[in-house]
Design a protein around this ligand. Structure first.
Ligand SMILES: *Cc1c(COP(=O)(O)O)cnc(C)c1O
Ligand SMILES: [Zn+2]
Length: 401
C-alpha cells in the first residue's frame, strides 16, 4: 500500500503520513487521513479490529502487541423502546464494553500504532476522564512512557482511576483551555506523541464503530446514528467510516448523523442553528454530562462542515432529559454515563419533533460506562426493601407486579 497522506480539512494541503502534527500549519484546522476507497473485510479475523478492517488502516502490520481487546462491541436491539417511541427499530452500540469502558480505546490503539511507526518512545494526552484512563492503560500495557496532563482542580474520584495505571500524572495549574494546543506544540518539540481528543489517528479509530454497525445491521445501515459530541473526533470518525464503506460499495447509503450536545455546553449546536461555519467558545459551560463538556471543540468547525455536507442534524438536550434517559437506559439493562445517555435523550426529542417515523431504524452510540461517574446516584431515588430472614417467605410470596 502506498502511504496515505494527511489532508487539511479546509485547504486540502497534503502532508506525509509520517507527519506528527495534527493540524494544518496554514489553517490551524484538523488534518484527516486520506480516504481509503478500496478494501474488504477479513471476516475470519473476528476479534481484532486491526486485522478484520486491516485494509481500511494505513498500517503494514496489525501490531497485535499493542492491543487490549478494543472494539467488537455489541449492538443491543431494544424492541420495547422502538414500540414505546413508535419507530421501526432502536439499537444501542455499547461502547462501554471496551477495555477501559469507553470508545476512546479504539482511537488510543490506533494513535499508538502511528506513534510506533513514527518512532516515538513517549506518549501523552490532556484529559480528566475517559481518554486519560484509556491512554494510561495502553501505556501500561505497552510499556511506553505515558504522560497525562490534568487540570489542577480534578477531584480524586476522577484522578484515581487514571493513577491506578501508574502513568506520569501531572496536575497543571493555570488556564486548562490552553493545554490542548500547548501540549501538541511541546510534544512536537520534545518528542512526545500527544494523542489528544481529535488527532487524525483517533478519528481513524472511531471509524470502526461505523464499520461494526454496518456489519451488525447486515449492511442495511440505520437511518439515523446519534453521537454524543464534545471535541468532535468521534462523530468525525463515525461519519468517515460510513463514507469509506460507501465508497467501497459495502453499503448503499450513509445514515443521517446526529450530533447531540448538552444544553449547558453546546457550542457546535449553537453554531449549527445560526448557520454559522465557525464554532465560538461557549461561555460558562455547566452540565452533568462532563464527558461532553468541551466549551471550544477543536474539531467543531469540521463537524459543522460534515453535518452541512451530509444533511446532518445537531441538537442540544437538557440535564433533566439526560438524567431521565440515563434512568430509562438502566431500566433496559444498560448503565451508561450521562454524556452517553444524551443519545437516547436526543432520540426522544427527534420523536417528539416528528423527525423519526414508524419505518426508521436508529442507532444510539453509548460512548462510556455509568460506573465512571457514580456521584450521579444522588439524583435518583433508588429503592431498597428490608426484610428479616424469618420473614423471607411472606416477603417473597407476594410478587410486586
Ligand atoms: C470523549 C467522550 C465523548 C465525546 O467524544 P468527542 O470525540 O470528544 O466528541 C462522548 N462521550 C464519552 C463518554 C466520552 O468519553
Ligand atoms: Zn489547511
Amino acid at each position: 500500500m502506498s502511504e496515505k497522506a494527511l489532508i487539511c480539512t479546509v485547504c486540502e494541503s497534503r502532508y506525509p503520513f509520517r507527519t506528527s502534527f495534527s493540524r494544518c500549519p496554514k489553517c490551524n484546522e484538523p488534518l484527516e487521513l486520506e480516504e481509503i476507497g478500496t478494501g474488504s473485510i477479513k471476516a475470519e479475523a473476528y476479534f481484532n479490529i486491526f486485522r478484520r478492517y486491516g485494509e481500511f488502516f494505513p498500517f503494514r502490520e496489525p501490531y497485535d502487541e499493542l492491543d487490549l481487546g478494543e472494539g467488537m462491541t455489541p449492538l443491543v436491539w431494544t424492541p420495547a423502546l422502538a414500540k414505546k417511541y413508535g419507530i421501526g427499530a432502536v439499537a444501542f452500540k455499547n461502547e462501554t464494553a471496551n477495555p477501559t469502558w469507553s470508545f476512546k480505546d479504539r482511537g488510543t490503539a490506533t494513535a499508538l500504532r502511528h506513534a510506533k511507526i513514527l518512532g516515538f518512545s513517549r506518549i501523552g494526552t490532556v484529559s480528566t476522564g475517559n481518554m486519560a484512563a484509556s491512554v494510561a492503560a495502553f501505556g501500561a500495557k505497552t510499556g511506553v512512557e505515558t504522560t497525562i496532563l490534568v487540570s489542577s482542580d480534578i477531584p480524586s474520584e476522577k484522578l484515581n482511576p487514571i493513577a491506578i495505571y501508574h502513568p506520569r500524572l501531572i496536575r497543571v495549574h493555570g488556564d486548562y483551555s490552553r493545554l490542548y494546543s500547548e501540549s501538541l506544540r511541546l510534544g512536537e518539540e520534545l518528542g512526545i506523541y500527544f494523542m489528544n481528543s481529535d488527532v487524525p489517528f483517533r478519528v481513524e479509530g472511531s471509524k470502526t464503530i461505523a464499520f461494526e454497525i454496518c456489519e451488525q445491521t447486515s449492511f442495511r445501515v440505520p437511518d439515523f446514528v446519534i453521537v454524543p459530541t464534545s471535541a468532535g473526533g468521534n462523530i468525525r470518525g463515525i461519519e468517515k467510516g460510513f463514507r469509506e464503506f460507501y465508497k467501497v460499495g459495502l453499503i448503499a447509503r450513509i445514515p443521517t448523523i446526529v450530533c447531540v450536545q448538552a444544553e449547558g455546553c453546546s457550542p457546535i449546536v449553537k453554531a449549527f442553528e445560526k448557520k454559522s461555519l465557525v464554532v465560538e467558545r461557549f461561555s460558562n459551560p455547566h452540565t452533568i454530562a462532563h464527558a461532553i463538556e468541551n466549551p471550544f471543540p477543536p474539531s467543531g468547525n469540521q463537524v459543522l462542515r460534515v453535518l452541512n455536507k451530509n444533511s446532518g442534524v445537531a441538537l442540544a438536550v437538557s440535564d433533566e432529559e439526560i438524567l431521565a434517559a440515563q434512568k430509562e437506559l438502566a431500566e433496559t439493562g444498560l448503565f451508561v454515563q450521562p454524556a452517553s445517555a444524551s443519545s437516547l435523550a436526543a432520540l426522544k426529542r427527534l420523536v417528539h419533533d416528528g423527525a423519526l417515523k414508524s419505518n426508521h431504524c436508529v442507532v444510539c452510540v453509548l460512548t462510556g460506562s455509568g460506573l465512571k461517574y457514580t456521584s450521579v446516584f444522588q439524583h435518583y431515588h433508588l429503592a431498597v426493601e428490608e426484610c428479616d430472614i424469618s420473614q423471607l417467605k411472606p416477603c417473597l410470596s407476594h410478587s410486586i407486579s
